[in-house]
Design a protein around this ligand. Sequence first.
Ligand SMILES: NC(=O)c1ccc[n+]([C@@H]2O[C@H](COP(=O)([O-])OP(=O)(O)OC[C@H]3O[C@@H](n4cnc5c(N)ncnc54)[C@H](O)[C@@H]3O)[C@@H](O)[C@H]2O)c1
Length: 359
Amino acid sequence: MGREAASCFGRWFALQDFPVRAELTAVCDLRDDLLEWFGQVPTVQLRTRDHAELLASKNVDVVYVAVPHHLHEQLYCDVLAAGKDLLAEKPFGIDLAAARRIRDAAQASGRFVRCSSEFPFAPGAQRAIDYVKSGALGRVLEIHSGFLHSSDLDPAKPANWKRHSKTCGEIGVMGDLGMHTVHIPFRLGWKPQRVFAQLQKGFSERPDGQGGTAECDTWDNATLNCDVQINGQTVPMRLQQKRLAPGQTNSWHFEAIGTEGGVRYNTRDANTIFIYEKEKNGWIRIDLGHAMAFPVITGGIFEAGFPDLNLQMWAAYAAERAGELNNRFGCATPEEAVQSHELWDAALKSHEKKTVVEL
Ligand SMILES: NC(=O)c1ccc[n+]([C@@H]2O[C@H](COP(=O)([O-])OP(=O)(O)OC[C@H]3O[C@@H](n4cnc5c(N)ncnc54)[C@H](O)[C@@H]3O)[C@@H](O)[C@H]2O)c1
């Protein structure tokens, strides 16, 4: 993900009339091959294996930290202690207790801190948010949000840190994919009051990439059936996070259905949104093109992809940090990250006891 961020800064000039200039000046990783890769980025002045050296640099204002989950708390807190602003990766700490400590450290530091979640910046997601906010749904009947891929279906895929609870977290796939599913619902005020969770594990053993095998113990699929309170009504909201979803590559979806309307978006059909029209009792398809919240030089008739969403998320971070968000959708806040962990924690308890857990 560090290289993905670098590619956003590499085409920062594509943002039109943008109030902030961003440049990648320093990079830290433990892997020499990656440090070497960053050598091709002309603005990079420092490449180091020691994050303390990066944090001591006067040329660094903001730090993006994308490391395995068991390292989040230490590195995020080091960034804050060094007086730098932070774009943290999800899940914002390995568990609820870590997330709360990071949130508290962020508050105490006064630094600008947000948590990564780029899919709400897709044109279809933005349109869906506007649609919901307009009240066009009428009484909300149900909500679905999910993030699905299939890469764990291949038992020959070597294990990495995401397949072990001690490095990925007990919350497994919820830590990996969950923030993506709750960012929009939380921002719309749809916070679960109770949850019934169904969790599934994948293959218990995988190649370790060095000729042996490694035990894998993380939850691979998580379906959370939640109740949310909307205008005095209890509404079912289903959140899905899956690494074992046949046929899916990296598809994020959001769907909200009401008595008067409905909206459906899936990054699988990245440029298409479906809107329910009550008079026709049918769904109409609208192709959106390159309709971005932060305008870019790319023409509106072109189509968007993952790197575009990531650039938009970075633009939202930079704009909000500069006080220039101007009512546009912002990155996930530390409080929202903590709330997501409260949900994952409740989901673990729900699954363990096979009962509904109140939040
Ligand atoms: N927003 C997204 O769409 C998205 C996608 C994938 C992963 N992520 C998140 O990004 C984070 C990293 O995931 P990834 O897939 O990039 O993992 P990765 O394993 O590909 O990369 C992690 C990097 O951290 C480096 N690292 C480990 N310890 C370090 C240390 N002490 N100092 C400096 N570097 C260190 C490793 O060498 C490695 O290059 C996780 O929090 C993950 O959940 C987000």
